[in-house]
Design a protein around this ligand. Structure first.
Ligand SMILES: [Zn+2]
Ligand SMILES: [Zn+2]
Length: 102
């Protein structure tokens, strides 16, 4: 009777009745015993109430909030830059209007 090698690791020979070697068998057992720890749930570092989105340390809600704030900040920066560059036309219009009225 020829010895068969384990189809999984192809290193160890199978004992009669085995479909994978004892090394692979115990490895699989260990994997099964440990409940899906692979996508372990990380809680949001901001609110700590919702699980963080994969690859981030914030939950979906906080990420959205963060993005919104970043956008607002960006917009504010842009506005400030615009103001520094040129006087706001609207303000000029208002002044002209009030001058006409007076
Ligand atoms: Zn094996
Ligand atoms: Zn959060």
């Amino acid at each position: 009777m020829a010895l068969r090698k384990c189809p999984k690791c192809e290193l160890n020979y199978l004992k009669p009745g085995e479909t994978i070697c004892h090394v692979c068998a115990s490895a699989m057992k260990r994997k099964k015993a440990a409940p899906v720890e692979e996508d372990e749930v990380v809680m949001c570092s901001n609110c700590g109430e919702a699980p963080a989105v994969k690859g981030h340390d914030l939950c979906e809600e906080c990420l959205r909030e963060q993005k919104r704030e970043a956008e607002l900040e960006l917009m504010a920066d842009k506005l400030r830059a615009d103001e520094a560059d040129m006087p706001l036309e609207e303000v000029v219009d208002d002044e002209e209007d009030s001058e006409d009225e007076e």
